[in-house]
Design a protein around this ligand. Structure first.
Ligand SMILES: Nc1ncnc2c1ncn2[C@@H]1O[C@H](COP(=O)(O)OP(=O)(O)O)[C@@H](O)[C@H]1O
Ligand SMILES: Cc1cn([C@H]2C[C@H](O)[C@@H](COP(=O)(O)O)O2)c(=O)[nH]c1=O
Ligand SMILES: [Zn+2]
Length: 193
């Protein structure tokens, strides 16, 4: 809680795939646990990569999480007791209503940590992250390493059969190394033919 105002706040951890968003979220949770603070962790049901009820990083670190359907975002607030910290991973899979939920949680006096992609595979803003970044007290934008040239990567290259994905493909496709690479602006390719 902010010492003077007694209010909660919102922290956003964002960036490309493989940039370390989940590792950073788990680092903050481990520190909170050491400080004796109670945490509640949530993830969207659509992301089943690391087993049903865990938040997992690309290098295998995990934390138990409650699974919430993307359209049931208010369940996050309804199911809470007196947890000091509410963490939400893969926020890019939730609707823009997540913005209101996070605002209410912070107004309730909680520390809210939200992690998620800021860009789709097309290189466009990935809602609701832009809205969350606008209202957050703290924003950290992380960069991965471009899989082609080794420069800092801010973009997500989707690959279909090893080839760059087309702009008409669906926005939501769950996956990891088999279908995505971190790339810089220069090396990112979007097919429009
Ligand atoms: N291109 C890459 N750039 C940086 N880290 C990578 C890359 N590919 C794999 N990694 C690994 O992924 C880890 C980050 O995983 P994770 O926290 O799950 O990322 P995110 O949640 O942002 O997708 C890094 O510490 C590194 O070990
Ligand atoms: C770019 C992009 C990604 N996704 C999916 C792919 C993964 O399941 C998650 C991102 O996971 P990470 O922990 O950040 O590595 O999002 C998608 O559905 N659509 C996209 O455009
Ligand atoms: Zn590059």
């Amino acid at each position: 809680m902010h010492a003077i105002t007694n209010s909660g706040w919102i922290e956003v951890v964002t960036g490309s795939m493989f940039s370390g968003k989940t590792e950073e979220l788990l680092r903050r949770l481990r520190r909170a646990e050491i400080a004796g603070q109670a945490v509640a962790v949530f993830k969207p049901a659509v992301d089943d990569r690391y087993g049903d009820a865990t938040v997992g990083s690309h290098v295998g670190r995990q934390w138990e999480a409650s699974v919430v359907e993307s359209e049931d975002v208010w369940e996050i607030r309804e199911g809470l007791d007196d947890q000091d910290i509410v963490a939400i991973d893969e926020a890019n899979f939730f609707s823009t209503e997540l913005l209101e939920v996070c605002q209410r949680l912070a107004d309730d006096g909680r520390r809210v940590i939200v992690s998620g992609l800021d860009q789709t595979y097309r290189g466009e803003p990935f809602e609701p992250l832009p809205q969350l970044m606008a209202v957050a007290e703290y924003v950290d934008k992380l960069r991965a390493i471009c899989a082609v040239c080794g420069e800092p990567a801010t973009r997500n290259q989707r690959l279909v059969g090893g080839e760059p994905a087309h702009a008409d493909d669906p926005t939501i496709v769950v996956g990891a190394e088999e279908s995505y690479e971190a790339r810089c602006r220069n090396c990112h390719i979007l097919r429009r033919d």
